[in-house]
Every structure is written in C-alpha cells, then in structure tokens.
Write a protein that binds this ligand. Structure first.
Ligand code: AHM
Ligand code: MG
Length: 341
C-alpha cells in the first residue's frame, strides 16, 4: 500500500528549502490545517449538530451572521491564538484587529482570514470554504495595529483555502506553485492529490452573478454580451456559465479546469459607497496569489489586485481572475473604454 505525501510532510519539505528556517512557519501552517479540519467537521455535521441558521447578529459589514460563521471564527482563533507564531489576527467577521490574550507569546506572523466564505450556501448544503493569508509582522512590532495589516498582496508569505465540498480539500501556495490536498477522513490527514495545479490559459466558461448585469460598467457588459452570443458573435465560440456563489468553490473549479471568475464593480455597490463586493485582504488577495501562482491572472479590470495598497482592513474591491487570456481580454476592454471616454 502507498501512503502518498501528507500535508505535514509537504510543509516540512517546503521548510527545508530555507536554511535559516526556524520551524515557526511550519508549525503555523500545521495549526491552520488543524483549524480547517475542525471547521470541516462542524460544517459536515450541519443540522445534526444544530449549527445551521442565523446567529441573530450582524458582522462589521452589516451582514447577518450564520451560526456557523460565528462558530468557525471562534474555532480559527482558538486553534491559532496560543501557539506563539502569530503577533495578531484579522478576520472578516471581526471589526477590529484581534489582539492575542496576554498570557500567550507573540510571534513573527500576521494571520488574516475569512473563516467561512459563501455562508449564504450553508443552510442549503452547498460547498463553503475558509480562506487565509499569512503576512510578516513588521520588525520590532509586538502589538500590531490595523496599519500593520495594510500590506499589498505581493507581500503575502502564504495563502490558501479549505473547500468543504463533496470532499474536503486544502489548496496552498507559498510562492512556489500551487498544491492541492484532499482530506482522507479515515486517517484524518490531508494527502497531496493535486500537485502543481495550473490554470489553462484559455477557457470557454465564465462565472458571474448575471442578475447584476444591468448595474455593470460598459466593459463588463461588452465582455459578457459577447460570451452570450457565442458562435454567432465576435468570439466565434459558445460559452458555458457556472455560479456557485461560494468564491472558494468557483475559484477551485477554475484551478481544476480553467475559467474566469468576476465580481465586478456595479452601480448597486457604488450606491452603498463600497469599492466592490469582495474583500481585498480576506478574499481577493489570497485568491489572487493562488491564481497567479497557478499561471492565471487577477485584476480589478484596471490594475493587478496584488499591487493594490490596502487602505482599510475591510476594504472591498472588484475581482476578475482566472484563465489569463480571458482576464487579459476583460482588462483590454477596460483600457479601451478608458481611452475612448
Ligand atoms: P461572504 O464572505 O459573506 O460569504 O460573501 C462572499 C461571497 C463569495 O463567496 C461569493 O463569490 C459571493 O459572495 C457571492 O455573491 P452573490 O450572492 O452576490 O452572488
Ligand atoms: Mg467571504
């Protein structure tokens, strides 16, 4: 019988690339893996454990929190606060930076996460996920503030997500490609099943919430209208559409078989005074790092997401990512629209 590569082995072997590694980062990743296993378990138990439904509270974004949102956030904090590898954490579900309880030692990293993304899907048993990003804590800082988290996505040391789907998976990058692991429930360990994930450059599949079409900007409307007319239009080919409304699931599909994912700016979002639907630090940056490491592109339509200087912890941003020729086309349409304006 063949065991294969466990995620623990993979993480330790990654560490060996660096002669000055202390083991801190390895331990931190292992703690995150444990947190995701615990959340996976809570998600799997669903109605049996009484964790479905609303928690009757709102998060900082004014969205109603699901019980599982709150539970996952607490589990993630609990698994990571005591270890001594982190200086602080920030979560989509918490207004302020999470300062570690005083009794625990401070470490060199900052952890940013969305504990349960796609939570509108929880109650209907559709895939959800956890997204995380690891940043370095600025040197000499022992009590990080919001400003210390406002680092562009290019500064990420590691990004990953756990997908709680028909199988639980963990997909990771430390800046040397992207690897996918599947949770083997019988031994409780993630095993390398998707080494060196790569996004095909071309695709005929797009993912977008079409119900917002009338609110989009002209370059976005142009792109989707051309996809919809398919072989009878300028593209000369038919397109397919998918929209899970769980970013982790939609991005995972793109990593597996290509595609383009878009949550663009629209008039409805603008009327709320927001910069986009998805959050820069918790969703856009980690997913952009993964997508670029898999050979794809990620843009707002106007600039590379990873180079955007964050201005606030809960900042939102338009996201267009996936197969590089299609993302390139959407960016070209934005450039052309700006030139003719
Ligand atoms: P959440 O973090 O509150 O779950 O929101 C993010 C989710 C993404 O996973 C998904 O791509 C998007 O919101 C779906 O939005 P919509 O319901 O407008 O289609
Ligand atoms: Mg989210």
């Amino acid at each position: 019988m063949h065991i294969g590569t466990s995620i623990t082995q993979y993480i330790i072997e990654e560490e060996r690339r660096y002669s000055d590694a202390t083991g801190d980062f390895t331990s931190l990743l292992n703690d995150i893996v444990i947190a995701c296993k615990v959340i996976s378990n809570a998600v799997n138990h669903g109605r049996l454990a009484g964790v479905l439904g609303s928690a009757d509270t709102e998060n900082v974004q004014g969205e109603t929190q699901k019980k599982l949102d709150v539970i996952s956030n607490e589990l993630f904090l609990e698994c990571n606060e005591w270890t001594g590898h982190l200086a602080a954490m920030a979560s989509e579900e918490m207004e302020e930076v999470y300062q570690l309880p005083e009794q625990y030692p401070r470490g060199r990293y900052l952890l940013v996460f969305d504990p349960l993304d796609g939570s509108s899907n929880i109650d209907v048993n559709i895939s959800v996920g956890t997204i995380f990003s690891i940043l370095r804590c600025p040197q000499g800082t022992t009590d990080p503030t919001e400003a210390d988290f406002l680092q562009p996505g290019t500064q990420q040391v590691c990004a990953g997500y756990a997908l709680y789907g028909s199988a639980t998976m963990m997909v990771l990058t430390t800046g040397h490609g992207v690897n996918g692991f599947t949770l083997d429930q019988s031994i409780g360990e993630f095993t390398l099943t998707h080494p060196g994930m790569e996004i095909p450059a071309d695709t005929r599949e797009f993912a977008i919430n079409m119900s917002n079409m009338r609110f989009w900007e002209p370059p976005m409307k142009r792109y989707i209208e051309e996809c919809l007319v398919g072989r009878d239009g300028p593209r000369g080919v038919d397109f397919n559409m998918r929209w899970v409304a769980s970013m982790v699931a939609d991005v995972h599909r793109i990593l597996c078989r290509g595609g383009i994912f878009m949550y663009p700016m629209d008039a409805k979002i603008e009327a709320k005074g927001q910069g986009g639907k998805l959050r820069l630090l918790y969703e856009a940056n980690p997913m952009s790092f993964i997508v670029e490491q898999a050979g794809g592109l990620s843009s707002t339509g106007r600039r590379r997401i990873l180079e955007v200087q964050p201005e606030a912890l809960h900042q939102r941003i338009p996201v267009i990512l996936g197969s590089r020729h299609e993302v390139g086309r959407v960016v070209d349409y934005h450039t052309e629209a700006a030139e003719t304006a």
